[in-house]
Design a protein around this ligand. Structure first.
Ligand code: PAF
Length: 283
C-alpha cells in the first residue's frame, strides 16, 4: 500500500490505473468505513478483474465544520488508519494536509441550493457546501470510476448523488447500508466522544426510529404525531433532539399522499455529543 500526501504524488501513482474505486473519509476509521472499502473493491473487481485500485482519502475538512463545531477535537489517527487500510487491502491512502487541499482561499465552491438548507443543513449552515466542494475537489484529484459513501449520512448521500448527476461527473456512486453495533447504534467516529453512560443510552436514538417505522408499516400516516412522540420520548430520557422527521427518500421533503419510499431521520444530542441516524422504509 502506498501513502501519498500531495496531489502530484497521487496523480503519478494513479496514472496507469485502469479502474479506481474511491472511499473519501475524514479518518478515525471504524468497521463502517471498512465495509465501504469492501464494496469499492467488489465493484472494481467486477469492472476490471484483478486490475482495480482502491484509494482511500483521509482529510478532516475544515470547510464543512461550523465555527462552534468539533473540528479541533475531531480524532486524527493517521498511523492507525493506515494500518486498517493496509489490512483491508487498500492500494493507496491519500492524506493531504490543509495547505495541499486548500493552497489558497477556496473562493469557488459547490452550492447545493435548497437541500443544503434543510435538516442537517438548517442546524449546520454551510456544512453541505463544504462537503460538496471538498468531494468535487477529491474527485478531480483521484478521478475515480466508482465512489462509495455510507447511508448513515443520508442527506450527504443525496447531496453528492445529485451533484454527480447534475454536474455530469463520470463517477458511479454506490451508497452503502449503515453498519451498526449489536445494540443498533450506527457506527460513527463521533461515538468515541460518548461517556460509558451515554454509550449505554445511545441506541435509544435508533430505537425511536424503529418505533416510527413499525407505526408506518402498520398504516399510521399521522407523521407529525409520530415525530412529536419520538421527540418527547427522547427528551424525557435526557436527549436534546434537533429533529426527528419523516421525509421522502427522493428529495428529503415532507411526504405527500401516495409517497411510499420514505426515510425517518434524526439528529439529537446526548451530553456533549451530537448523533445522527436514519432508517429507510418502503411502504
Ligand atoms: O462523510 C465524511 O466523512 C465526509 O463528509 C467526507 C465525505 C469525507 C467529506 O469530507
Amino acid at each position: 500500500m502506498d501513502i501519498v500526501h500531495t496531489v502530484a504524488e497521487l496523480r503519478a501513482r494513479l496514472k496507469k490505473e485502469a479502474c479506481i474505486g474511491f472511499v473519501p473519509t475524514m479518518g478515525s476509521l471504524h468497521p463502517g468505513h471498512l465495509e465501504l472499502m469492501r464494496i469499492a473493491r467488489d465493484q472494481v473487481d467486477k469492472i476490471a478483474g484483478a486490475n482495480g485500485c482502491i484509494v482511500v482519502s483521509i482529510f478532516v475538512n475544515r470547510l464543512q465544520f461550523g465555527p462552534n463545531e468539533d473540528f479541533g477535537k475531531y480524532p486524527r489517527t493517521l498511523a492507525d488508519d493506515c494500518e486498517k487500510c493496509r489490512a483491508a487491502g487498500v492500494d493507496v491512502v491519500f492524506a493531504p494536509d490543509e495547505s495541499e487541499m486548500y493552497p489558497e482561499p477556496q473562493t469557488y465552491v459547490v452550492e447545493p441550493l435548497e437541500i443544503q438548507h434543510i435538516l442537517e443543513g438548517a442546524v449546520r449552515p454551510g456544512h453541505y457546501r463544504g462537503v460538496a466542494t471538498v468531494v468535487l475537489k477529491l474527485f478531480n484529484m483521484v478521478q475515480p470510476h466508482v465512489a462509495v459513501f455510507g447511508k448513515k449520512d443520508y442527506q450527504q448521500c443525496r447531496v453528492l448523488d445529485n451533484m454527480v448527476r447534475q454536474l455530469n461527473l463520470p463517477v458511479e456512486m454506490l451508497l452503502a447500508e449503515t453498519v451498526r453495533a449489536d445494540d443498533g447504534l450506527a457506527l460513527s467516529s463521533r461515538n468515541g466522544y460518548l461517556t460509558a453512560t451515554e454509550r449505554a443510552e445511545a441506541p435509544q436514538l435508533n430505537a425511536a426510529l424503529r418505533e416510527i417505522v413499525v407505526e408506518l408499516r402498520s398504516g399510521n400516516r399521522d407523521y407529525m404525531a409520530l415525530e412529536a412522540k419520538a421527540q418527547a420520548t427522547l427528551s424525557v430520557r435526557g436527549w436534546r433532539p434537533d429533529y426527528i422527521t419523516i421525509r421522502r427518500q427522493l428529495d428529503l421533503l415532507p411526504p405527500i399522499v401516495g409517497d411510499r419510499a420514505l426515510v425517518v431521520l434524526a439528529a439529537a444530542r446526548i451530553g456533549a455529543t451530537r448523533l445522527i441516524d436514519n432508517l429507510e422504509v418502503s411502504l
